[in-house]
Design a protein around this ligand. Structure first.
Ligand SMILES: [Cu+2]
Length: 350
């Protein structure tokens, strides 16, 4: 009977204590804060606001009642601080529980007990609850040692992982260096130069900047294949680029002497072909190669060239006589082999 009154009395006493403490503490704290601000105003570095703080990235993961996380893969760069907004708009509770092991993929046939036992033995990197109809936030420091890892996250509530509530955090290494190239287009359907030397690159990913200008008046593009060691075909490059988005597609500026530029990231050594996507220009010889982490002369690769010969035969075969097929195939082979050494004769480029 007298419990509520005791509680009330306790609460009043606590409140009074708090007021007394604040009254004493505030005047003491104020001069300290004031001195801090004065120090900053005089240019003294403020230690807490580290100027070299890691970059901060925000991502949102939603789940709406169907057993999926969207997106199911998040891409981050090692060294970033990540804030994940967890948006559960459904009517079931979930968890967002991430493994510390960047190479492990949990078998979907694991029982709820097995999954729970795993996280008891290997405490998770992140373990946040996602209550129904709630938006919350969780911070993750993605440090350098996590580069290259794929960290699985799941809901560990029984049968939710098994139903599809899982995803991965893909951590790529930070860009280690960057290179810049200047390329011009000529109205004789050539890239100047048509060979870009990034052979010295040893660490990936590497950022590459291309400044693209013109010495003529026609429209051109610098359109770079994302697939290493692959030779584009002038007969089906449009189809190729709808299936493999170009790493960059830079339109030439309208006036000579000015440049458009773009930066892209290369993660794998190899040669990458660039072409002009304006109709007819590639077929007339407007292509070149970017060599990243490999010598600027690429050894003849039989399977690459064979595939191209076959596709050219298919395209040309219907309308050409047998002798024509042989000539077209020969031209295709010599024209599609990456640029030879500087100073050496350039096959198929004249
Ligand atoms: Cu062009």
């Amino acid at each position: 009977m007298n419990r509520p009154r005791t509680l009330l009395r306790g609460a009043v006493a606590s409140l009074l204590t708090a007021i007394v403490l604040l009254a004493v503490a505030l005047p003491l704290a104020a001069p300290i804060a004031g001195a801090e601000r004065a120090g900053q105003a005089m240019g003294r570095p403020h230690v807490a606001a580290a100027p070299l703080a890691d970059p901060h990235v925000n991502v949102t993961i939603t789940t709406n009642g169907t057993p999926t996380f969207a997106p199911s893969v998040i891409h981050v760069t090692a060294g970033e601080n990540l804030t994940i907004t967890l948006n559960n708009s459904g009517s079931y509770n979930h968890t967002f529980t991430m493994s510390t092991n960047g190479t492990e993929v949990f078998p979907l046939n694991w029982s709820p007990t097995q999954l729970e036992a795993y996280f008891v033995a290997h405490p998770p990197l992140v373990n946040a609850s996602m209550p129904a109809d709630t938006i919350s936030h969780v911070n993750v420091s993605v440090n350098a040692s996590m580069a290259g890892g794929n960290f699985e996250f799941v809901s560990i509530l029984p049968y939710q992982f098994q139903a599809g509530l899982y995803g991965f955090m893909d951590v790529t290494p930070p860009v280690s260096s960057s290179l810049t190239f200047y390329v011009n287009a000529s109205d004789t359907y050539r890239f100047l130069p048509d060979s870009l030397n990034a052979s010295s690159v040893t660490k990936f990913p590497v950022a590459i900047n291309v400044f693209f200008g013109t010495v003529g008046v026609l429209s051109h593009t610098f359109t770079l294949s994302p697939v290493p060691d692959y030779n584009l075909s002038s007969s089906n490059y449009s189809t190729f680029f709808t299936q493999h988005a170009p790493l960059v597609n830079i339109p030439v500026p309208t006036s000579a002497g000015s440049y458009n530029n773009a930066t892209f990231v290369i993660t794998t050594a190899g040669y990458y072909e660039y072409i002009c996507s304006i109709t007819g220009h590639f077929a007339n010889g407007m292509f070149g190669f970017l060599y990243v982490g490999i010598p600027t002369v690429v050894p003849y690769v039989a399977n690459v060239s064979t595939a191209i010969v076959q596709s050219e035969i298919l395209v040309g075969g219907g309308s050409l006589l047998a002798i024509g097929v042989v000539l077209a195939a020969a031209a295709a082979v010599t024209g599609r082999v990456p640029s030879p050494k500087p100073g050496q004769e350039k096959f198929g480029h004249y």
